[in-house]
Design a protein around this ligand. Structure first.
Ligand code: AQP
Length: 333
C-alpha cells in the first residue's frame, strides 16, 4: 500500500476535461489498495488574487466535483488545504532550501508571470511550487497522480526531498514519484491542439468545462480544429486534433485506439466528432447531476471536508514535528 497525494486549485467554477482525464480518473483508481489523500488547494488559488466570495464558492464546487468523479470519503481523505496550517508552515521551511534561480526556472512561473508582467506577478506565484512540495512531503507521499504539466514541479519536489535527506539524514522525508499516465497525461485544447487544455484557455471554444451546458460541450467538440486530410488515424505529430479526439474517446469509453481507428475506417471527421460529442454528453450529464446534488447540501459537504481536515492534521503534525526537530528548531513544550 502506498501513500497517494494530489490536489487541484479552485480557480474556476468547473473543472475541465484535462483535469478529469489527466488527474482525477487516476485519483479514483488509486484509492483501491492505497492510502489516498486529496486536497482542494485553496492557498495556491490565492496566487491569482481571486474575489473572496468566488473563491469560497469554487472551493466547495471543486470538492463536489472530486466526489462526483468518484473520490470516496470513506476510503480517502478529502479536505481543504487552508484547514491544515502545516502546509503553509512546511512551505516556509522548504523555501529556505530552494534556490532563487531554481524556482525561477519553473516554466509554469515563466509562462504565468510573463502574461502578467513583473508588477502583476506576486511572490506567491513564484513560491507556488514550494508550497506544492510542502503539500506532498507533509504526508510522506509515495505517488503523486498529476498530468504532464506538473512533471517539472514534481522534479523540484524530489530535488528538495533529496536535499533534506542529504542535509538532515536519511529518512527526513519520503522522496515521492510522479504518477503520470502517458495516454491521458496531456489533453489538448480543441481549437489549438498543440496547447494543453487549460482552465485559463485563450479561447473558451477550445475548452470543455465539465459543468457547462451539455449542448455547448457538444458544439465545441463538433467545431474542434482538425486537419485537411480525411483519414481517422492516431498520429499526434501530424494529426494533433484527430489524435486528441481519439484520446478523449478512448479514455471515456475504455475502447482502445486501434479499435476506434478500425471502427472509423472509411468514415469522415464529422462522424467522429458527432459520435464523440454523444459520448461526452452521456458521461457528463449524470456527472453534473451528482455535482449539483452535493452542492445542494453544503452542510454535509463541509462536514466531509472538516472530517478530512482533522485526520490530515494528525498526519501533518507528526511530519512537521519531525522536520522542525531535524532542522534545529527548539521543540515546543
Ligand atoms: N490538459 C490537461 N491534460 C491532462 N492533465 C491536465 N491537468 C491540467 N490540465 C491538463 C492536470 O489537472 C490537475 C489540475 O491542477 P491545477 O488545478 O493545479 O491546475 P493546472 O495544472 O494549472 O491546470 P489547469 O486546469 O489548466 O489550470 P490553469 O488554467 O491554472 O493552468 C493537475 O494534475 C494537472 O496536471
Amino acid at each position: 500500500s502506498s501513500r497517494i497525494f494530489s490536489g487541484m486549485q479552485p480557480t474556476s467554477d468547473s473543472l475541465q476535461l484535462g483535469n478529469y482525464l489527466g488527474a482525477l480518473t487516476q485519483w479514483v483508481a488509486l484509492q483501491e489498495g492505497n492510502e489516498a489523500i486529496y486536497c482542494v488547494v485553496d492557498l495556491h488559488a490565492l496566487t491569482v488574487s481571486p474575489d473572496p466570495a468566488v473563491l469560497r464558492d469554487r472551493t466547495r464546487r471543486t470538492a463536489a466535483q472530486y466526489l462526483a468523479a468518484g473520490v470516496d470519503p470513506e476510503r480517502s481523505l478529502l479536505f481543504v488545504q487552508s484547514h491544515v496550517p502545516e502546509h503553509a508552515e512546511l512551505a516556509w521551511l522548504l523555501s529556505c532550501h530552494t534556490g532563487f534561480g531554481e524556482a525561477g526556472r519553473m516554466t509554469q512561473f515563466k509562462d504565468k508571470s510573463g502574461k502578467q508582467g513583473s508588477e502583476g506577478t506576486t511572490v506567491g506565484l513564484f513560491t507556488y511550487p514550494v508550497l506544492m512540495a510542502a503539500d506532498i512531503l507533509l504526508y510522506d507521499t509515495n505517488l503523486v497522480p498529476v498530468g504532464e504539466d506538473q512533471r517539472q514541479h514534481l522534479e523540484l519536489t524530489r530535488d528538495l526531498a533529496q536535499r533534506l535527506n542529504t542535509r538532515f539524514g536519511a529518512g527526513t522525508v519520503v522522496v515521492p514519484e510522479p504518477h503520470i499516465v502517458k495516454s491521458t497525461a496531456k489533453i489538448y485544447d480543441l481549437q489549438d491542439p498543440t496547447a494543453k487544455m487549460s482552465k485559463s484557455a485563450a479561447s473558451p471554444n477550445g475548452l470543455i468545462e465539465l459543468l457547462d451546458d451539455p449542448k455547448v460541450i457538444a458544439k465545441r467538440i463538433r467545431s474542434a480544429v482538425t486537419d485537411t486530410e480525411r483519414e481517422i488515424r492516431f498520429d499526434p505529430v501530424n494529426k494533433a486534433g484527430i489524435s486528441n479526439l481519439l484520446t478523449i474517446y478512448s479514455a471515456l469509453t475504455g475502447r482502445s485506439i486501434p479499435e476506434l481507428e478500425a471502427s472509423f475506417e472509411g468514415r469522415g471527421y464529422g462522424d467522429l466528432k458527432v459520435e464523440l460529442a454523444g459520448v461526452v454528453v452521456d458521461w457528463v450529464t449524470p456527472y453534473q447531476e451528482r455535482v449539483h446534488g452535493y452542492l445542494a447540501d453544503p452542510a454535509s459537504l463541509d462536514e466531509i471536508l472538516a472530517a478530512g481536515a482533522d485526520k490530515a492534521r494528525d498526519i501533518a503534525a507528526v511530519t512537521l514535528d519531525r522536520l522542525y526537530e531535524r532542522t534545529g528548531l527548539l521543540a515546543r513544550r
